[in-house]
Design a protein around this ligand. Structure first.
Ligand code: FE
Length: 344
């Protein structure tokens, strides 16, 4: 993208000029050395490095990064405080970004580019973090033992007709906490708890530690359907296109399919906030959006960009329009509710 390459180059010299005025390290070489951006990322290396390499190629700006879980990265930012080298935090799940923002680790960003490229419900209302890919958590079923006509909503999976046929991932995983948080948002606590109790009653096995194991259990015939993020199915389907599983999009009228994000914010104590903002803006534009989503068979957040052909083949769906920050402020309620309902 020529425009963004140019914009980044211009900003680099602006940043240098500013730091020359305000930074004590004024004696630094006047040569136009571009700053390095440092990123703490929960998103794993093979999903982000190709993008960072492309960005460096286009702009000359180097990106250093470390990868770890959201918990350790957020703790690290807290411990480092003002001394942190991190300019940007990337996590999976809005609940994690919401926590980082709650702890005062991120800063608000005023960017017409991000506002234009990222729908409002997939970014923080205080502009402290922005979704970069959307991930749908939905029903995946056995094409050998379930007909799509039998399926309708997440709530319907509480019906006794699914007794002994449902597989779930553990309630300890933030993905399920986020799903239940958005159900609380629409259905209220009482109704949501009834549904979760119904799911627990219908479980074929103890909850699994990850989505892939739940899908493998469906293939192995231990259960007939599971609630998973679609990219886990996508990974399996990529390796084995004839896998006997299919995606179903719940069609409840009052709430769309549960959509979460993988996203990023700029740290409160960023040393290169303007450069980091340029990177974030670049990640929201069309070329990077396709790469970011396609690498993990997710959905671009930028509505101008279509997902990969493999993902497109699963058909279109209506995503929940509730702001994903509900996954943060209702998370504690969701955890308590799942505990009460016996969902382990
Ligand atoms: Fe995941």
């Amino acid at each position: 993208m020529r425009f963004l390459g140019t914009a980044a180059a211009v900003t680099a010299s602006v940043v240098l000029a500013l730091s020359g005025c305000t930074d004590k390290k004024e004696t630094a070489s006047p040569a136009a050395k571009k700053p390095e951006i440092t990123v703490y990322s929960e998103r794993v290396e093979h999903l982000i490095k190709p993008l960072f390499d492309l960005y460096t190629k286009e702009t000359g700006v180097n990106i250093r990064f470390i990868t770890d879980g959201a918990g350790p990265l957020i703790a690290r930012l807290e411990n480092e405080g003002e001394a942190t080298p991190a300019d940007m935090l990337i996590t999976v799940d809005a609940g994690n970004l919401w926590h980082a923002a709650q702890k005062g680790l991120l800063r608000s960003i005023d960017s017409p580019i991000l506002e234009a490229n990222i729908p409002n419900h997939l970014q923080a209302s205080n502009n402290q973090w922005f979704g970069l890919s959307a991930r749908a958590r939905t029903i995946v079923y056995s094409t050998e033992r379930v007909k799509p006509e039998e399926l309708s909503t997440y709530e319907d999976l509480a019906d006794p007709k699914w007794k002994g046929r449902l597989c779930l991932r553990t309630s300890k995983k933030v993905y399920n906490q986020s799903l239940v948080a958005t159900m609380i948002n629409t259905l209220g606590e009482e109704q949501t708890e009834k549904v979760i109790r119904g799911w627990v009653d219908n479980l074929a096995t103890d909850p699994y530690s990850n989505d892939t194991l739940a899908l493998e259990a469906v293939i192995a015939g231990q259960c007939d359907l599971a609630i998973v993020n679609t990219y886990y199915f996508g990974r399996m389907q990529k390796e084995n296109p004839s896998i006997p599983l299919a995606v179903f999009w719940p069609n409840q009228a009052d709430r769309g399919v549960h959509v979460n994000i993988s996203g990023a914010g700029i740290t409160k104590h960023a040393k290169h906030p303007e450069e980091a903002q340029k990177l974030l803006e670049w990640l929201s534009q069309e070329e990077a959006q396709y790469m970011f989503a396609e690498a993990n068979e997710e959905y671009p957040v930028n509505p101008k960009v279509k997902p990969s052909p493999l993902v497109q083949a699963w058909g279109e769906f209506y995503g929940d329009l509730v702001n994903v920050e509900a996954t943060g402020y209702l998370q504690a309620d969701a955890v308590k509710l799942m505990d009460r309902a016996g969902y382990r």
